[in-house]
Design a protein around this ligand. Sequence first.
Ligand code: ARG
Length: 458
Amino acid sequence: MAKLWGGRFTGENRSAHFTASIGTDQRLYREDIKGSIAHAEMLAHQGIISAEEGRHIVDGLRIIEAKIASGAVELTEEHEDIHMNIEALLIEEIGTAGEKLHTGRSRNDQVATDMHLYMKTAIGTVLKRLRDLQDAVVELAERHSMVMMPGYTHLQRAQPVLFSHHLLAYFFMLKRDEERLIAARERTDQCPLGAGALAGSSLPLDRVMVAEDLGFTSLYANSMDAVSDRDYLIEFASASALIMMHLSRLAEELILWSSHEFGFVELDDAYATGSSIMPQKKNPDTMELVRGKTGRVYGNLTTLLTMMKSLPLAYHSDMQEDKEAVFDTLDTVTACLAITAEVINTLHVHPKRMASGLNDDFSLATDVADYLVAQGVPFRRAHRIVGEVVRYCLAGGLSLSELTLDTWQAFSPAFSEDIVNGVDAASSIAGRKTPGGAGGESVKAQIEEARRHLASPY
Ligand code: ARG
């Protein structure tokens, strides 16, 4: 089969399998055809090709699109990538007019255009999945808005919080993820077509017409930048890496919480799996895989950054490697967002287990220190006093709620009657009235903010 670029070559090419990208970039066939149709219509409009040739090309491209969709044609490594496969099919389909399609164009601006088109839509899909997960998180928080649980630092019980407060932290993480993706989409919304190989064209191309046709908001202002920019892909990969980092933290918590030791939650049977040997096992595989897949998304980001590092302007074949990394990122992040939303939507919550021990685990010690502060004791001194109380309790196997007034007062005269049984988890949480704090009022405000966000366009 003759190569489209065969003119200056003699003999047989023996590297087609190595240089081909068709296995990966065939995914772009719709965008490639869309871009070619816009290009052909512009060429005809500008009188660079005849109106009839323009029509032939457009009709031919539509036929080829249908054939690729139905699997009626074979895409081959012989034609390297999706761009040359489609062009070769077009020439086969309509003859001479097909040979005019590539006028004023290079695969360099073509592949860039395809990827911009593809990613604009794809980011929209990820945003939708992100919203679904945000929605699931807020729903779950709302369903269990007053359930108490231990809050941890260093994975040690720190202070009691509301389960809803804990969950909503993820909502706000996901909201930032959304902002990053929207920003990445904005920078994807630029048309490279007309940049040619790197220098633009001496033909009277109408770049504005093509960009408008393809639904782009703006044009690349510099043709060399247009063909060699992969920032928008790296931004997507980077925003995706952060999404996965967030998902991996949530996944890890769900895995921990569904262990026998915690027993806070249970994944629905639909999203867990059994063991091939231990009949009693119910494994949180879905969440383990989300946690595990985070690595490949980080890896893809590194691939892209490394691929671009030190590349002189303008296009290089190195950049052909971008697609595998970007598509894998896209598929992984989309699937992980979807499964996590389903897990959250069906999660079984055990409020009693979450709240158990909250009054006896010393996680109210900070509240006791705050009590002393309210009596005028300097905080650092209050901290030491309560530390001593805790040490005393630990030595005697006691909890704070078991101490008598006399005992309290032995540590500080600032304690009075109301300290006996005066601190409990519920009132500790209710007392956290600072904006953004773990108290019920704050959680209510957060849920309202989340609901407003979920009603906003994206
Ligand atoms: N398959 C190539 C890619 O994905 C298309 C652009 C090729 N351009 C070139 N001059 N080899 O990057």
